[in-house]
Ligand binder design. Structure first.
Ligand SMILES: Cc1ncc(COP(=O)(O)O)c(C=O)c1O
Length: 484
């Protein structure tokens, strides 16, 4: 590719910068998610001024071809003009009992089958793993703490880690008392404890629709009822639907991921989140905030947690290190002042304490600065992967499909035309050694039988691109069969 501008043409120099980048995109020298040459680098190559390149980049940004990422540079986006997000669904008529879905077990089995590409699991850390640094850190902790590191830890968690977590919330203007923090076995245990603090069997829990299946399993196992509130692909739950639901149903509590939902990847603007907290607290309805993905944002800053808007203490925040550092460590936490006594009682009864060595290692990992350094790289890698995967889907899948454009996290939500059943796709993909998460497990009323979720939380490779091609072929076949 020629890196020279023509000075004899009618085109402005910045227009030639635009043409060059678009040519590189067309020839796939630059792929979605790739970083563009730096302003100075390209200016030197083209022998033009830095402001000329900047003007070209700014115009490309305005046209939606590229995006600027703070302190990082410009990146190529996937084509957005033909982007079709998943369709809006209607508010549920009534709460329902969640039935045990053996399909969830099959999805877990598929993920752990050797040789199967695990697109069905949301494990974003795999895109940029920190295993080596963590292993080094753990060795250091073992040498320092000896037998203490492998004994029982305090019931509510390792005090230095609790202080560090509380300190990190100060970034959002949130003063968390470390005593209001309980360390748990992942966010899943935090969610289980939180639900038991605020509701009992038979109570109605409002959930997002589509909803992370782990929450539905919890509701089922606690004998509670689920009431689905639709999620908008961009902004999270529809507030007018939430207001209607509260008027019409007797809702005991809500479990929402307002900052990057799973599977949709939507992110509620801060002002909407504040409104949700106000609406719920006015009616004395507790909100369990499932905040596991909020640090994996692709925008320029992280959202303010719902906890930060609570005036009555009715928000319980549940989060973990599973999506940012080490899912296998099973270290999560919950924040509640109002329900603190019950939370501690449940934690004691359920598991006594969480792994001390893992908490200690994470505490040292944060203290050394490695955690934050890794997160910057993880976010960047995930964002590139997202663009690449959307581009591959556009290349290999039929036009009729719709796909989410998540604002963070590590998964895409794909919607096929009516009549398709993605449980079939799940089995067919598995026969080709690819696991996906079929839509059926994301709703207690099977609203999403034509959808499925795939993860971009893996290291990008040709194998991954080929797996998307295979899925595209199977999808084409499925759509064809549904028409016959
Ligand atoms: C939305 C959501 N909440 C909670 C969890 C559970 O997290 P953990 O692994 O920390 O228990 C997950 C895990 O996939 C999730 O996606």
């Amino acid at each position: 590719m020629s890196f020279a501008v023509e000075r004899e043409t009618e085109d402005f120099l910045y227009q030639q910068v635009i043409n060059l980048i678009r040519d590189m995109k067309a020839q796939q020298t630059l792929r979605p998610g790739d970083k563009l040459p730096s302003l100075r680098g390209l200016a030197d190559k083209l022998k033009v001024s830095v402001p000329t390149v900047k003007q070209g980049y700014q115009e490309l940004e305005r046209l939606g071809d590229i995006e600027a990422r703070p302190k990082s540079g410009y990146y190529l986006k996937a084509a957005s003009s033909d982007h079709h997000p998943p369709k809006r669904i209607r508010l549920a008529r009534q709460p329902v009992k969640v039935k045990r879905q053996s399909l969830i077990e099959q999805v877990y089995d598929a993920i752990h089958t050797p040789g199967v590409l695990p697109l069905g699991i949301a494990n974003p850390v795999a895109a940029f793993p920190s295993d080596k640094t963590l292993a080094r850190t753990m060795r250091r902790v073992m040498a320092m703490a000896g037998t203490q590191a492998i004994s029982y830890g305090p019931m509510d968690g390792f005090a230095p880690l609790k202080r560090q977590l509380a300190y990190r919330y100060l970034d959002f203007g949130l003063k968390v008392d470390p005593d209001d923090l309980v360390i748990t076995n992942g966010a899943q245990e935090a969610l289980a404890i939180a639900l038991q603090c605020v509701a009992k069997a038979g109570d109605v829990i409002a959930v997002e629709s589509p909803c992370y299946f782990g929450i539905l399993e919890l509701i089922e196992s606690l004998g509670m009822m689920a009431y689905e509130i639709p999620v908008c692909p961009d902004d999270g739950i529809w507030i007018e639907d939430l207001e209607k639901a509260i008027e019409q149903q007797s809702i005991t509590a809500c479990v929402f991921s307002t900052a990057i939902s799973n599977p949709m990847g939507s992110c509620m603007p801060d002002e909407n989140r504040q409104k949700v907290v106000e609406i719920l607290e006015q009616k004395n309805i507790p909100l369990i905030e499932d905040d596991v993905y909020s640090d994996l944002y692709f925008t320029d800053k992280r959202c303010i947690p719902a906890q930060g808007y609570s005036k009555k203490g009715l928000v319980i925040t549940c989060a973990s290190f599973s999506k940012t550092a080490a899912p296998g460590y099973r270290v999560g936490w919950m924040i509640t002042s109002r329900y603190n006594d019950s939370a501690r009682r449940y934690k004691r009864a359920l598991s006594c304490s969480s792994s001390l060595i893992n908490q200690w290692t994470l505490s040292e990992f944060i203290a050394s600065g490695d955690y934050d350094r890794n997160m910057v790289k993880l976010r960047r890698t995930l964002c590139c992967n997202k663009e690449r995967m959307i581009a591959s889907i556009k290349r290999y899948f039929p036009n009729e499909i719709r796909v989410s454009d998540p604002q963070g996290g590590g998964v895409l939500w794909i919607e096929l035309p009516g009549g398709c059943d993605t449980v079939n796709l799940f089995h067919q993909a598995l026969s080709k050694n690819i696991s996906i998460a079929p839509g059926a497990i994301f709703s207690p009323t099977n609203k999403y039988s034509r959808c499925f979720r795939i993860s971009f939380g893996l290291q990008w490779s040709n194998e991954l691109d080929m797996a998307i091609k295979t899925l595209g072929g199977l999808t084409k076949q499925l759509i064809q069969e549904s028409k016959n």
